[in-house]
Design a protein around this ligand. Structure first.
Ligand code: ZN
Length: 464
């Protein structure tokens, strides 16, 4: 058994081997939390989730770290425009991210470090870069001198000369070169800041990931993932900083996903062209949204359309019908599986499924194999005996589970509709008495539990 992965750094598929078998150290570039998570984010994190699930299936123990960038120019701008504390905005969006991520069954990371909790580590790395002459200090901050790092461009294939020609007219004239990037940015009046040897300021975006990856996973890791829009400059700069410090590779494998598109353009907060993840996950079955993502290869861009989501819901319904049919047949049997003597049809199913996943996580092919298996079952359902029906059912549910499709309805849990109505009634009373802070607190706490409240002119409504 070997897993082959397309490595952006090598520009080809390579056989995976980990630094310390059976462990995989994986760093996932997380969200910058200036706004609500959109459905394009979920595609990216379903991809890293698939890697994690497949490595786990193949016997690896995955150490998964995923950061939150909770301070940067965009968050400050957003906070100023809303007249809110940047920390409140970050916290709200992180909460919504976790709810969305749980809904679509992305397995939780071992740890979600935040940039603002790693200022000391960042300052230490910047100091080393200055000592080693890879960085210099100016009146506006500390910058990385790209010309000092020999391997610059090895991930993205960009050349320094070409970048210089393409660089726009530089606003900050203190930099030695327009393509040098910021490691520590001095704060302007009214901006949040931390003390540092170079003055009050905040970290640059790229150095955060270098610091968090190094602290939680060590100097060299197995896999670093992110959207393909992060290859340059973010990941190129992470490599330059980390490798200038340690002299060792930052990551052996670099895995990048194609972006989710809306009307032919990248879904992104910067263009304002995006659909919030939670809206989609409430309107469609989360399993169907996941099935939609997995029906396209992770390295390709994927177009978001409601039609495709509806098709995925229909496909999911067909899968469920087949499984129910098999379950029905096995009622009354002892439901024992004999995995040593699998019928040929199952041996061939698992062989194809595993081969697809081992070949750069080819989920469309793996799902295609599940569909063809279902087709075979549907044609022969009358001739399938009880014991075989159970084996088929087990193969379907476990292969789907490996892909994170668990086919269980989200349950109300201990929250009965009557109880929720009662909570809403109390909240409405609080609002009548202008106790908005308490009313908001109730809404926030319910949101943490995956329950949203919508205030409409006709009253408040809850939704799960
Ligand atoms: Zn990053």
């Amino acid at each position: 058994m070997s897993i082959f992965i397309y490595n952006t750094l090598a520009r080809r598929k390579q056989e995976f081997s980990s630094l310390e078998t059976p462990q995989v150290k994986m760093y996932v570039c997380g969200m910058t939390v200036q706004d609500r998570p959109h459905i394009g984010h979920m595609r990216a994190y379903v991809v890293s989730d698939i890697l994690k699930r497949w490595f786990t299936y193949r016997g690896f123990n995955v150490k998964h770290i995923q950061n939150f960038t909770d301070i940067d120019d965009k968050i400050i701008k957003r906070a100023n425009s809303l007249n809110m504390d940047y920390r409140v905005i970050a916290e709200k969006n992180i909460e919504e991210f976790m709810i969305s991520s749980d809904l679509i069954r992305i397995k939780r990371a071992d740890f979600y470090p935040r940039a603002t909790n790693h200022i000391q580590e960042i300052i230490e790395l910047v100091s080393i870069l200055i000592d080693k002459k890879y960085a210099y200090v100016t009146d506006t901050g500390v910058y990385f001198d790209i010309s000092k790092f020999e391997g610059y461009g090895k991930l993205s294939g960009k050349h320094i000369e070409g970048l210089k020609e393409g660089a726009r007219v530089e606003i900050d004239e203190t930099k030695h070169s327009p393509i040098d990037f910021v490691l520590w940015k001095l704060a302007k009046e009214g901006e949040p800041f931390w003390e540092s040897p170079w003055g009050r300021g905040r970290p640059g975006w790229h150095i955060e990931c270098s610091a968090m990856s190094m602290k939680h996973l060590g100097e060299t890791i197995d896999i670093h993932t992110g959207g393909e829009d992060l290859i340059f400059p973010h990941h190129e700069n992470e490599i330059a900083q980390s490798e200038a410090i340690t002299g060792k590779p930052l990551s052996n494998f670099w895995v990048h996903n194609g972006l989710l598109q809306l009307l032919g353009d990248k879904m992104s907060k910067s263009t304002g062209q995006f659909i919030p993840a939670l809206d989609v996950l409430k309107a469609y079955e989360p399993d169907a949204v996941r099935l939609f993502f997995l029906s396209s290869h992770y390295r390709h861009p994927q177009e978001y359309t409601e039609e495709r989501l509806k098709e995925s819901e229909e496909a999911l319904a067909r899968i469920k019908v087949c499984i129910e049919m098999l379950t029905e047949k096995t009622k009354g049997t002892d439901r024992q599986s004999d995995k040593k003597n699998l019928p040929d049809i199952l041996v061939s199913f698992w062989k194809d499924f595993e081969e697809s996943m081992d070949d750069d996580f080819n989920t469309p092919k793996a799902i295609g194999r599940i569909y063809s298996f279902i087709k075979e079952i549907n044609i022969n359902i009358g001739d399938i005996d009880d014991k075989t029906a159970f084996l088929y059912e087990e193969a379907l549910t476990s292969s789907l589970k490996i892909l994170g499709i668990e086919l269980e309805e989200k349950e109300l849990g201990s929250f009965t509709p009557v109880l929720l109505d009662l909570i809403l009634e109390v909240r409405n009373k609080l609002r009548d008495f202008n106790k908005y802070d308490l009313a908001d607190k109730i809404r926030e706490n319910l949101l943490n539990l995956g329950i949203t409240i919508k205030d409409t002119p006709k009253g408040s409504k809850w939704n799960i």
